[in-house]
Structures are given as C-alpha cells and as structure tokens.
Design a binder for this molecule. Structure first.
Ligand code: FES
Length: 147
C-alpha cells in the first residue's frame, strides 16, 4: 500500500476554517489525509503545538489564517508569521525538514485556494516521506519533551 502522509491543518476560525467549510459545501476535492483543528487566530498557534503534532504522528502541518491586514485581532497573524520563521529555523537546527510546516493566508472566499494548498502540501509530504525524528542528544530530547 502506498504511503499516505498525515496532514494537520490548523485553521483560523474567521477565515480559513470558513474556506474549508465552503470547500466541503462546494464538494471540492480535499485530500482525505487532512485533519483540521480550528483556532480563533493563527496568533494562538504556539510552535510547541506544531512540534507536538509531529511528535504524535502528523507528517506535516498546514497553518492557515487571515491575510495580513485582515486579522480579526489586528496583529495575530503578524505574530504567527514571526513565530513561523522562528519555528522554521528551529526545525532546521533540529535536523527536521522545515518544509513539513507551512503558513498560508486563506480568506473565507478562497475555498479553491484552500483545497489546492491541501493537495500541494500532501504532495510535498509524499515526496518527503514519513516524518522521523533525527537522532538527538539526550539534552535536546529532554528540551523537546518538556517544552
Ligand atoms: Fe484570522 Fe487572526 S483572526 S489570523
């Protein structure tokens, strides 16, 4: 049986979650391997949440929020962008593929774009293969486990 990656979508309630809903209502093709989690704002997405998702079996994470300038909490998505850059560097430093995590802006009216992103991310994960922790030294492992 061919490898099918597990993808977690973390979606902002106000925009991307609505896009996801609209994609379903319009019967757009969305990968079956995608599971979604709704958050009120991408500014709520702590990098440890992403690491925990990878720890618990996800092969990748797609974070989607309101376009810059449209965040319902003013600057939540700008904070998310800053955290995303830090997270990417952290993943690379840990020997993990930063491409497993992606941040995108998807408004409520962009259901087709949402579906395309989910397919694109799934294809990317298929190419990367199953997520595996690199061999880490004991101290680094403890830091990850304990947050
Ligand atoms: Fe959507 Fe902040 S409310 S990203």
């Amino acid at each position: 049986m061919a490898y099918e990656p597990k993808l977690l979508g973390i979606l902002c309630h106000w925009c991307s979650y609505s896009a996801s809903d609209a994609a379903g209502a319009a019967r757009l093709s969305v990968p079956a391997n995608l599971r979604t989690m709704r958050v009120m704002c991408t500014g709520r997405v702590d990098p440890t949440l992403v690491i925990q998702a990878l720890q618990r079996g996800a092969d990748g994470v797609l974070i989607c929020g309101c376009h810059l300038g449209d965040c319902h909490y003013n600057s939540g998505n700008q904070r998310a962008l800053g955290r995303f850059h830090l997270l990417s560097r952290l993943l690379a430093d840990l020997g993990l593929e930063p491409d497993r995590v992606r941040l995108e802006w998807v408004s409520a009216g962009e259901s087709e774009r949402y579906a395309e992103l989910a397919h694109h991310m799934t294809k990317r994960l298929r190419n990367l293969g199953p997520f595996q922790w690199p061999t880490l030294d004991t101290a680094t492992t403890e830091v990850i486990r304990n947050g």
